[in-house]
Design a protein around this ligand. Structure first.
Ligand SMILES: Cc1cc2nc3c(=O)[nH]c(=O)nc-3n(C[C@H](O)[C@H](O)[C@H](O)COP(=O)(O)OP(=O)(O)OC[C@H]3O[C@@H](n4cnc5c(N)ncnc54)[C@H](O)[C@@H]3O)c2cc1C
Length: 290
Protein backbone atom coordinates (compact mmCIF):
# COMPACT_ATOMS: atom_id res chain seq x y z
CA UNK A 1 0.00 0.00 0.00
CA UNK A 2 1.27 3.48 -0.79
CA UNK A 3 2.47 5.42 2.26
CA UNK A 4 0.21 8.33 1.34
CA UNK A 5 -2.81 6.01 1.60
CA UNK A 6 -1.57 4.51 4.88
CA UNK A 7 -1.14 7.96 6.42
CA UNK A 8 -4.47 9.24 5.04
CA UNK A 9 -6.31 6.26 6.56
CA UNK A 10 -4.62 6.85 9.92
CA UNK A 11 -5.51 10.55 9.83
CA UNK A 12 -9.12 9.73 9.00
CA UNK A 13 -9.27 7.34 11.96
CA UNK A 14 -7.70 9.98 14.25
CA UNK A 15 -4.69 7.72 14.85
CA UNK A 16 -0.92 8.00 14.51
CA UNK A 17 1.09 5.52 12.45
CA UNK A 18 3.72 3.32 14.02
CA UNK A 19 6.74 2.12 12.07
CA UNK A 20 10.11 0.51 12.68
CA UNK A 21 13.47 0.88 11.01
CA UNK A 22 15.89 -1.99 10.36
CA UNK A 23 19.30 -2.23 8.74
CA UNK A 24 20.62 -4.93 6.39
CA UNK A 25 22.89 -7.24 8.45
CA UNK A 26 26.29 -8.28 7.16
CA UNK A 27 26.29 -11.88 8.40
CA UNK A 28 23.99 -14.92 8.30
CA UNK A 29 23.66 -14.74 12.09
CA UNK A 30 22.69 -11.07 11.87
CA UNK A 31 20.16 -11.91 9.17
CA UNK A 32 18.57 -14.67 11.26
CA UNK A 33 18.35 -12.20 14.13
CA UNK A 34 16.67 -9.62 11.86
CA UNK A 35 13.96 -12.08 10.77
CA UNK A 36 13.33 -13.03 14.38
CA UNK A 37 13.00 -9.33 15.24
CA UNK A 38 10.63 -8.73 12.28
CA UNK A 39 8.50 -11.67 13.40
CA UNK A 40 8.31 -10.35 16.97
CA UNK A 41 7.46 -6.80 15.92
CA UNK A 42 4.81 -8.06 13.48
CA UNK A 43 2.58 -8.70 16.52
CA UNK A 44 2.24 -4.93 16.82
CA UNK A 45 0.86 -4.60 13.26
CA UNK A 46 3.12 -1.70 12.33
CA UNK A 47 1.85 0.50 9.50
CA UNK A 48 5.15 0.15 7.65
CA UNK A 49 8.74 -0.90 8.24
CA UNK A 50 11.80 0.57 6.58
CA UNK A 51 15.21 -0.84 5.71
CA UNK A 52 18.29 1.38 5.46
CA UNK A 53 20.62 1.53 2.48
CA UNK A 54 24.39 1.39 2.90
CA UNK A 55 27.10 2.98 0.86
CA UNK A 56 28.69 -0.19 -0.52
CA UNK A 57 27.34 -2.32 -3.38
CA UNK A 58 26.78 -5.51 -1.36
CA UNK A 59 24.85 -3.65 1.35
CA UNK A 60 22.65 -2.13 -1.34
CA UNK A 61 21.81 -5.59 -2.70
CA UNK A 62 20.97 -6.72 0.82
CA UNK A 63 18.49 -3.84 1.24
CA UNK A 64 16.69 -4.92 -1.93
CA UNK A 65 16.64 -8.58 -0.93
CA UNK A 66 15.28 -7.79 2.54
CA UNK A 67 12.54 -5.35 1.48
CA UNK A 68 11.40 -7.71 -1.28
CA UNK A 69 11.28 -10.61 1.16
CA UNK A 70 9.28 -8.50 3.64
CA UNK A 71 6.92 -7.60 0.80
CA UNK A 72 6.42 -11.18 -0.39
CA UNK A 73 6.68 -13.26 2.76
CA UNK A 74 5.12 -11.12 5.49
CA UNK A 75 2.01 -9.00 5.94
CA UNK A 76 4.13 -5.89 6.56
CA UNK A 77 4.47 -2.96 4.16
CA UNK A 78 8.16 -2.25 3.51
CA UNK A 79 9.77 1.05 2.62
CA UNK A 80 13.19 0.91 0.95
CA UNK A 81 15.72 3.61 1.79
CA UNK A 82 17.58 4.79 -1.31
CA UNK A 83 20.56 7.15 -1.48
CA UNK A 84 22.55 9.01 -4.13
CA UNK A 85 25.86 7.55 -2.85
CA UNK A 86 27.92 5.84 -5.54
CA UNK A 87 25.06 5.53 -8.03
CA UNK A 88 24.53 7.03 -11.46
CA UNK A 89 21.04 7.85 -12.68
CA UNK A 90 21.16 4.63 -14.73
CA UNK A 91 21.94 2.57 -11.60
CA UNK A 92 19.09 4.23 -9.73
CA UNK A 93 16.67 3.74 -12.63
CA UNK A 94 17.58 0.04 -12.78
CA UNK A 95 17.01 -0.48 -9.06
CA UNK A 96 13.72 1.45 -9.14
CA UNK A 97 12.66 -0.66 -12.14
CA UNK A 98 13.33 -3.82 -10.10
CA UNK A 99 11.34 -2.36 -7.20
CA UNK A 100 8.46 -1.54 -9.53
CA UNK A 101 8.45 -5.11 -10.85
CA UNK A 102 8.45 -6.60 -7.38
CA UNK A 103 5.50 -4.45 -6.28
CA UNK A 104 7.40 -2.18 -3.89
CA UNK A 105 5.41 0.98 -3.18
CA UNK A 106 7.44 3.14 -0.83
CA UNK A 107 10.86 4.78 -1.06
CA UNK A 108 12.71 6.93 1.49
CA UNK A 109 14.80 9.17 -0.78
CA UNK A 110 18.06 10.41 0.75
CA UNK A 111 21.34 11.93 -0.28
CA UNK A 112 23.19 9.52 2.00
CA UNK A 113 26.39 9.83 3.99
CA UNK A 114 29.98 9.50 2.81
CA UNK A 115 30.99 5.85 2.28
CA UNK A 116 33.48 4.31 4.72
CA UNK A 117 36.94 5.75 4.20
CA UNK A 118 35.72 9.03 2.61
CA UNK A 119 35.38 12.12 4.79
CA UNK A 120 32.59 13.80 2.85
CA UNK A 121 29.81 12.98 0.43
CA UNK A 122 30.72 13.44 -3.24
CA UNK A 123 28.25 12.96 -6.05
CA UNK A 124 29.39 10.47 -8.71
CA UNK A 125 29.54 11.59 -12.34
CA UNK A 126 26.04 11.13 -13.72
CA UNK A 127 24.55 10.90 -10.22
CA UNK A 128 22.82 13.32 -7.88
CA UNK A 129 24.14 15.78 -5.30
CA UNK A 130 21.06 16.25 -3.10
CA UNK A 131 18.05 14.35 -1.91
CA UNK A 132 15.87 16.95 -3.66
CA UNK A 133 17.20 15.69 -7.05
CA UNK A 134 16.53 12.07 -6.09
CA UNK A 135 12.96 12.87 -4.96
CA UNK A 136 12.23 14.38 -8.38
CA UNK A 137 13.80 11.38 -10.13
CA UNK A 138 11.81 8.83 -8.10
CA UNK A 139 8.60 10.81 -8.65
CA UNK A 140 9.19 10.64 -12.41
CA UNK A 141 9.03 6.83 -12.19
CA UNK A 142 5.33 7.27 -11.27
CA UNK A 143 5.14 4.21 -9.04
CA UNK A 144 6.10 5.15 -5.52
CA UNK A 145 5.13 7.14 -2.45
CA UNK A 146 8.22 9.12 -1.47
CA UNK A 147 9.30 9.98 2.06
CA UNK A 148 12.37 12.05 2.95
CA UNK A 149 14.63 12.76 5.93
CA UNK A 150 14.59 15.99 7.92
CA UNK A 151 16.47 17.43 10.87
CA UNK A 152 14.62 19.39 13.60
CA UNK A 153 17.96 20.33 15.19
CA UNK A 154 19.69 21.04 11.87
CA UNK A 155 21.70 18.75 9.58
CA UNK A 156 25.38 18.78 10.64
CA UNK A 157 26.45 20.18 7.24
CA UNK A 158 23.80 22.93 7.12
CA UNK A 159 25.53 26.27 7.55
CA UNK A 160 22.16 27.95 8.13
CA UNK A 161 20.89 25.44 10.74
CA UNK A 162 17.14 24.92 11.03
CA UNK A 163 16.34 27.61 8.43
CA UNK A 164 18.31 25.67 5.77
CA UNK A 165 16.65 22.40 6.70
CA UNK A 166 13.20 23.94 6.42
CA UNK A 167 14.06 25.45 3.05
CA UNK A 168 15.24 22.11 1.66
CA UNK A 169 12.30 20.26 3.20
CA UNK A 170 9.96 22.64 1.35
CA UNK A 171 11.77 21.82 -1.92
CA UNK A 172 11.49 18.09 -1.16
CA UNK A 173 7.73 18.54 -0.66
CA UNK A 174 7.43 20.58 -3.87
CA UNK A 175 9.32 17.86 -5.78
CA UNK A 176 6.88 15.19 -4.61
CA UNK A 177 7.71 13.95 -1.09
CA UNK A 178 4.55 13.04 0.82
CA UNK A 179 6.05 12.63 4.30
CA UNK A 180 9.23 13.37 6.21
CA UNK A 181 10.86 11.29 8.93
CA UNK A 182 13.11 13.11 11.36
CA UNK A 183 16.56 12.41 12.63
CA UNK A 184 16.14 11.22 16.20
CA UNK A 185 15.94 13.86 18.91
CA UNK A 186 15.40 13.85 22.67
CA UNK A 187 14.21 17.44 23.00
CA UNK A 188 10.55 17.47 21.94
CA UNK A 189 10.46 21.28 22.11
CA UNK A 190 13.01 21.42 19.28
CA UNK A 191 10.67 19.24 17.20
CA UNK A 192 7.62 21.41 18.02
CA UNK A 193 9.52 24.59 17.08
CA UNK A 194 10.58 22.99 13.79
CA UNK A 195 7.05 21.80 13.03
CA UNK A 196 5.60 25.23 13.76
CA UNK A 197 8.11 26.95 11.47
CA UNK A 198 7.47 24.32 8.80
CA UNK A 199 3.74 25.08 8.89
CA UNK A 200 4.47 28.80 8.53
CA UNK A 201 6.52 28.04 5.41
CA UNK A 202 3.71 26.08 3.77
CA UNK A 203 5.12 22.63 4.56
CA UNK A 204 1.99 20.53 4.86
CA UNK A 205 3.38 16.99 4.67
CA UNK A 206 3.47 15.04 7.95
CA UNK A 207 6.77 15.31 9.82
CA UNK A 208 7.04 11.96 11.59
CA UNK A 209 9.35 11.94 14.63
CA UNK A 210 12.18 9.40 14.60
CA UNK A 211 12.50 7.81 18.04
CA UNK A 212 15.76 6.31 19.26
CA UNK A 213 15.46 4.05 22.32
CA UNK A 214 18.77 4.37 24.17
CA UNK A 215 20.46 1.00 24.69
CA UNK A 216 24.05 2.16 25.16
CA UNK A 217 24.47 5.70 26.47
CA UNK A 218 28.12 6.22 25.49
CA UNK A 219 27.38 5.12 21.94
CA UNK A 220 24.42 7.52 21.75
CA UNK A 221 26.54 10.44 23.01
CA UNK A 222 29.13 9.71 20.30
CA UNK A 223 26.58 9.24 17.55
CA UNK A 224 24.56 12.31 18.57
CA UNK A 225 27.66 14.50 18.17
CA UNK A 226 28.03 13.26 14.59
CA UNK A 227 24.38 13.55 13.56
CA UNK A 228 23.56 16.82 15.32
CA UNK A 229 21.06 15.54 17.93
CA UNK A 230 21.41 17.37 21.24
CA UNK A 231 21.53 15.55 24.59
CA UNK A 232 19.47 17.66 27.02
CA UNK A 233 20.94 18.20 30.51
CA UNK A 234 18.07 16.26 32.17
CA UNK A 235 18.85 13.22 30.02
CA UNK A 236 22.57 13.39 30.77
CA UNK A 237 21.90 13.65 34.51
CA UNK A 238 19.67 10.59 34.32
CA UNK A 239 21.89 8.40 32.13
CA UNK A 240 25.46 9.34 33.00
CA UNK A 241 25.47 7.79 36.53
CA UNK A 242 24.33 4.39 35.18
CA UNK A 243 26.18 4.51 31.83
CA UNK A 244 28.26 1.38 32.70
CA UNK A 245 25.22 -0.69 33.66
CA UNK A 246 23.72 -1.73 30.33
CA UNK A 247 20.64 -3.27 31.98
CA UNK A 248 19.85 -0.02 33.79
CA UNK A 249 20.52 2.06 30.65
CA UNK A 250 18.17 -0.14 28.60
CA UNK A 251 15.39 0.14 31.20
CA UNK A 252 15.82 3.90 31.44
CA UNK A 253 16.00 4.15 27.65
CA UNK A 254 12.59 2.49 27.43
CA UNK A 255 11.18 4.80 30.11
CA UNK A 256 12.58 7.92 28.41
CA UNK A 257 11.34 6.90 24.95
CA UNK A 258 7.89 5.99 26.34
CA UNK A 259 7.52 9.41 27.97
CA UNK A 260 8.80 11.11 24.83
CA UNK A 261 6.27 9.24 22.66
CA UNK A 262 3.41 9.96 25.10
CA UNK A 263 4.18 13.66 24.90
CA UNK A 264 4.40 13.56 21.09
CA UNK A 265 1.13 11.63 20.77
CA UNK A 266 -0.57 14.20 23.03
CA UNK A 267 0.66 16.82 20.57
CA UNK A 268 -0.86 15.32 17.45
CA UNK A 269 2.02 13.69 15.63
CA UNK A 270 1.09 11.86 12.42
CA UNK A 271 3.23 8.89 13.42
CA UNK A 272 6.15 7.51 15.39
CA UNK A 273 9.08 5.92 13.56
CA UNK A 274 11.15 3.82 15.96
CA UNK A 275 14.78 3.10 15.13
CA UNK A 276 14.51 -0.55 16.15
CA UNK A 277 18.05 -1.38 14.93
CA UNK A 278 17.15 -5.05 14.46
CA UNK A 279 16.24 -5.53 18.13
CA UNK A 280 12.65 -6.00 19.26
CA UNK A 281 12.87 -5.70 23.04
CA UNK A 282 12.80 -1.91 23.45
CA UNK A 283 10.24 -1.34 20.66
CA UNK A 284 7.92 -3.99 22.13
CA UNK A 285 8.20 -2.51 25.61
CA UNK A 286 7.62 1.08 24.41
CA UNK A 287 4.55 0.08 22.36
CA UNK A 288 3.18 -1.97 25.26
CA UNK A 289 3.59 1.04 27.57
CA UNK A 290 1.83 3.29 25.05
C1 LIG B 1 15.00 8.93 8.78
C2 LIG B 1 16.42 8.86 8.26
C3 LIG B 1 16.83 7.72 7.55
C4 LIG B 1 18.13 7.65 7.02
N1 LIG B 1 18.52 6.52 6.34
C5 LIG B 1 19.75 6.46 5.77
C6 LIG B 1 20.15 5.34 4.97
O1 LIG B 1 19.39 4.38 4.79
N2 LIG B 1 21.38 5.33 4.41
C7 LIG B 1 22.26 6.41 4.57
O2 LIG B 1 23.38 6.37 4.02
N3 LIG B 1 21.92 7.46 5.33
C8 LIG B 1 20.68 7.54 5.92
N4 LIG B 1 20.32 8.63 6.66
C9 LIG B 1 21.31 9.70 6.88
C10 LIG B 1 21.33 10.73 5.72
O3 LIG B 1 21.72 10.09 4.52
C11 LIG B 1 22.35 11.81 6.09
O4 LIG B 1 21.87 12.58 7.14
C12 LIG B 1 22.83 12.66 4.94
O5 LIG B 1 23.97 13.37 5.38
C13 LIG B 1 21.82 13.66 4.40
O6 LIG B 1 20.80 13.04 3.71
P1 LIG B 1 19.51 13.90 3.26
O7 LIG B 1 18.67 13.02 2.45
O8 LIG B 1 18.91 14.58 4.40
O9 LIG B 1 20.27 14.97 2.30
P2 LIG B 1 19.87 16.37 1.75
O10 LIG B 1 18.48 16.76 2.03
O11 LIG B 1 20.34 16.39 0.34
O12 LIG B 1 20.82 17.33 2.63
C14 LIG B 1 22.25 17.18 2.66
C15 LIG B 1 22.90 18.52 2.98
O13 LIG B 1 22.79 19.38 1.84
C16 LIG B 1 22.00 20.53 2.12
N5 LIG B 1 21.08 20.64 0.97
C17 LIG B 1 19.96 19.90 0.74
N6 LIG B 1 19.41 20.23 -0.45
C18 LIG B 1 20.20 21.20 -0.97
C19 LIG B 1 20.17 21.94 -2.18
N7 LIG B 1 19.19 21.74 -3.09
N8 LIG B 1 21.16 22.87 -2.39
C20 LIG B 1 22.15 23.07 -1.48
N9 LIG B 1 22.23 22.38 -0.30
C21 LIG B 1 21.28 21.46 -0.06
C22 LIG B 1 21.27 20.24 3.44
O14 LIG B 1 21.07 21.39 4.22
C23 LIG B 1 22.23 19.28 4.12
O15 LIG B 1 23.21 19.96 4.84
C24 LIG B 1 19.05 8.73 7.21
C25 LIG B 1 18.61 9.87 7.93
C26 LIG B 1 17.33 9.95 8.46
C27 LIG B 1 16.89 11.16 9.22
Amino acid sequence: MLLENILAAKKKAGESSISFEFFPPKTDKGEANLWQCIQELSQLNPDFVSVTYGAGGSTQDRTRRIVERIKHETSLEPMAHLTCVGSTQEDLAELLGQYKKSGMKNILALRGDAPEGADKFEAVKGGFSYATDLVKFVREQKAFSIAVATYPEGHPESAGGMADDLRYLKIKQDEGAIAAITQYFFDNDAYYRFREQAEKMGITIPIIPGIMPIGNYEQIVRFSKMCGASIPAWLHEKMQPVADDLGAVKAMGIEVATQQCQNLLANDVAGLHIYALNKSEASLAICKNL
